[in-house]
Design a binder for this molecule. Structure first.
Ligand code: NCD
Length: 467
């Protein structure tokens, strides 16, 4: 199968079978990295890193050079025309005429999607704000596969800044898709965002359970689990006895502990860094003496700061330098596939852990904005070309998901385009919580950010407007 001209903006852009096939190609690249120089000759990769990077950028660039291609790069937003107020879309169109493939890291969530929408060449997301980092997930998975052969049925603990870390946001969807059980171990105030957990619990077949009570116990303070996602392939039933199930799960051991650093550059300015650092959980020799960590792979996307002690580097359980090293063959395989230099056979998919849901999409420009200030749809100085677009993921309560950054929105007021087109006096808006509102067909739905917004568009309150 040919993956030429595809984008990798979110980890969901690749199916499980495609990821498996990519890994087989990565094995080939790893076995003979010096024999690949004929594959991408004459091709140019644009490498745009508008946030700091060492591993991701240099493994992409080294990978492209080993494939025989060439690299052009921009690493400072201040030195590019974006600083002059150029839109991301214009930059993407121009670069699409210079390069055959674009790799972009950008501080705004959804920026890579906008580049993919306009470039006309394949685009790879190398990290967009706190949103996603799909190629890091490929490296993480490749590492787990090398050490444990399969991800299915493994217990993987995610540790640290789960709120702002983009690596864990891509990773959990992939773990759920491949049938892993996930333990969430955040630093205080750094829990996985609600919209990510909701997506996990509605779109995958496993069971999500919060376990805040468990953290009161002294033994749990060392290992601060606040939620668990149990894959359907697990023999336990969470809903009945969550704390007992977790204990049973932990007894069997943690297969991988995925540590992340405090993303200090993404904290709200009001939050004291010193405060967050104080309670930030540290992985050290003492913690790893616990029985549940006997055979644990200790992983980290790097860079590490203080959350993972150097005394562990020589420990055979430590995987982080391997993870970084695998970046090159994995990214070589990805470049070769998206540039159409290699074809692969996609293996048949095993049991699916995903619920297939086709959400209706809301595209009307009725003044509603994504609530995430760091979303590309709120950040561009000239945003008129970025049309707000949301998936309607729930009707009761009405919940919309931004297609750029995945943040959720609960609009308070709605109307139907059907009614007002027929009679002007029936141009009414309703509370989004009213049963009347739930009956509106998605294609007729109009949402408003406020009553003022509805009235500005000549809608009058219905008797269901103030419920
Ligand atoms: C990660 C990132 O940039 O999100 N680094 C990486 O790509 N390996 C993790 C981090 O910066 O903490």
């Amino acid at each position: 199968m040919n993956l030429a001209n595809r984008n990798l903006v979110t980890i969901d852009d690749l199916s499980n079978g495609e990821i498996e096939a990519l890994f087989s190609l990565a094995d080939e690249m790893a076995n003979s990295p010096n024999e690949q120089s004929g594959l991408c000759q004459g091709k140019i990769m644009a490498s745009l890193f508008f946030e700091p990077s060492t591993r991701t950028r240099l493994s992409f660039e080294a990978g492209m050079l080993r494939l025989g291609g060439r690299v052009i790069s921009a690493v400072d937003i201040g030195a590019s025309s974006l600083a002059k107020g150029e839109s991301i879309a214009d930059m993407a169109k121009v670069l699409g005429s210079y390069a055959d493939i674009i790799v972009i890291r950008h501080p705004w969530e959804g920026a890579a999607r906008v580049v993919a929408d306009y470039a006309g060449v394949p685009v790879i997301n190398a990290g967009d704000g706190s949103h996603e980092h799909p190629t890091q997930t490929l490296c993480d998975f490749y590492t787990i596969r090398k050490e444990r052969q399969t991800v299915k049925g493994l217990r993987i603990a995610l540790w640290g800044d789960l709120k702002h870390g983009r690596t864990v946001h891509s990773l959990i969807y992939a773990l759920a898709r491949f049938g892993a059980t996930i333990l969430f171990c955040p630093g205080p105030g750094l829990e996985m965002p609600e919209h990510v957990l909701r997506r996990l619990s509605t779109e995958y077949k496993g069971e999500l359970q919060r376990c805040r009570d468990l953290n009161q116990e002294p033994e749990r303070r060392l290992f601060p689990i606040d939620a668990i996602y149990m894959t359907p392939s697990s023999p336990h039933q969470l809903a009945m006895l969550p704390d007992i199930s977790i204990r049973v799960e932990l007894k069997a051991g943690v297969d991988a502990l995925y540590v992340t650093r405090l993303q200090k550059e993404r904290q709200a300015p009001t939050v004291e860094e010193q405060e967050l650092k104080k309670g930030y959980p540290v992985v050290d020799k003492k913690l790893l003496k616990g029985k549940e960590f006997k055979k644990t792979l200790v992983m980290h996307p790097l860079p590490r700061v203080d959350e993972l002690t150097h005394e562990l580097d020589a420990d055979p359980r430590s995987m982080y330098f391997k993870q970084a090293a695998y970046g090159m063959p994995v990214r070589m395989a990805l470049l070769a596939l998206l540039l159409g230099a290699k074809e692969v056979t996609i293996p048949e998919e095993e049991d699916s852990f995903v619920r297939k849901i086709d959400y209706p999409v809301y595209k009307r420009d009725s003044g509603v904005k994504c609530p995430n200030r760091n979303c590309v749809s709120n950040q561009e100085t000239e945003v008129r070309y970025i049309k707000p677009e949301f998936k309607i993921v729930s009707r009761e309560p009405l919940t919309l998901r931004c297609v750029y950054c995945d943040h959720e929105l609960h609009p308070r007021y709605v109307a139907s385009s059907e009614w007002h087109q027929r009679k002007l006096e029936s141009k009414k808006y309703h509370s989004a919580d009213s049963h009347f509102a739930w009956k509106i067909n998605p294609e007729n739905l109009i949402i408003f950010a406020s009553e003022k917004e509805a009235q500005a568009q000549q809608f009058k309150p219905s008797s269901y407007a103030r419920q």
